[in-house]
Design a protein around this ligand. Structure first.
Ligand code: GRF
Length: 204
C-alpha cells in the first residue's frame, strides 16, 4: 500500500519536521515526508530537509511579492509532489485560499497549548507559555487541529497533556510541551495514514 504523502511548512527550527521525518523512517510508518516549504531561507528545518534529500522550496514574500502568487506557488509545489496531507509545523504565516481549497480538510497545524484556550493572533511561541503560566493552569500540552481560515480555530483532533509545575519558567514549560509535540504529531499523522477516521466536531 502506498504511503501517505505529507508536505510540511516550517519557519524556524523544524524540530516537529525532524520528529515526523524520523517517525517516517520506522518500519511500521505508513507516511513519508515528500516536500518541505519554508518562508525563511535560513530555517534550520529547511536545511535539515535538504540534507535528507526531501524536496524543498523557499517561498516567501521575497520570492513572490504578491500574496496570491505566493499562495499559488505553495499550492503548486505540494501538487507537484502529490502531497495528500499538509502539516504546518511552526509555520508563522497563514495559508492562502488556493492552498486551503486544494487540500482542506487535510491540513493540520500543531499548537503548543490546549486549544481552544491560549490560541489566536499573538498566541505563539513563548507568549503562549507565558499566558499558561499566568493563568495558573496546572496542565498544558500540544493540540493538533485542522487548519481553517483563522488562527487556531479549526477542529481540534488530538491533544496530549503535560503538567505545569510550580517551578516552571517559560523555557522549562516550552521544552516539556515541545517534547510532547514530537510524540503527538507523528502519532496523529500515522493514525490518519492508517485510515483511522478522525471524529471532527462540526458544531459551531
Ligand atoms: C512548536 O511549539 C509548535 O507548536 C508551534 O511552533 C513551534 C515550532 O517548533 N506552532 P519547531 O519549529 O517544530 O521546532
Amino acid at each position: 500500500m502506498p504511503k501517505l504523502r505529507v508536505g510540511v511548512l516550517v519557519s524556524h527550527n523544524g524540530s516537529n519536521l525532524r520528529a515526523l521525518h524520523r517517525a517516517a523512517a520506522e518500519p511500521a510508518a505508513r507516511f513519508e515526508v515528500v516536500a518541505v516549504i519554508s518562508n525563511n531561507s535560513g530555517s534550520p528545518g529547511l536545511a535539515y530537509a535538504r540534507e535528507h534529500r526531501i524536496a524543498t522550496r523557499h517561498l516567501s514574500g521575497k520570492t513572490h511579492p504578491g500574496p496570491d502568487q505566493l499562495d499559488e506557488a505553495i499550492r503548486a509545489m505540494f501538487v507537484e509532489h502529490s502531497v495528500e496531507l499538509v502539516v504546518t509545523a511552526g509555520y508563522m504565516k497563514k495559508l492562502g485560499p488556493r492552498t486551503r481549497k486544494q487540500f482542506a480538510p487535510n491540513i493540520l497545524n500543531i499548537h503548543p497549548a490546549l486549544l481552544p484556550r491560549f490560541g489566536g493572533p499573538g498566541m505563539y511561541a513563548n507568549h503562549v507559555h507565558q499566558a499558561v503560566l499566568d493563568s495558573g493552569d496546572t496542565v498544558s500540552g500540544p493540540s493538533v487541529h485542522i487548519v481553517d481560515d483563522e488562527y487556531d480555530t479549526g477542529a481540534v483532533i488530538a491533544q496530549l497533556e503535560v503538567p505545569v509545575l510550580a517551578a516552571d519558567t517559560v523555557d522549562t514549560l516550552a521544552a516539556r510541551v515541545l517534547t510532547a509535540e514530537h510524540t503527538l504529531l507523528p502519532l496523529v499523522v500515522q493514525q490518519i495514514a492508517t485510515g483511522h477516521h478522525l471524529y471532527l466536531d462540526s458544531r459551531p
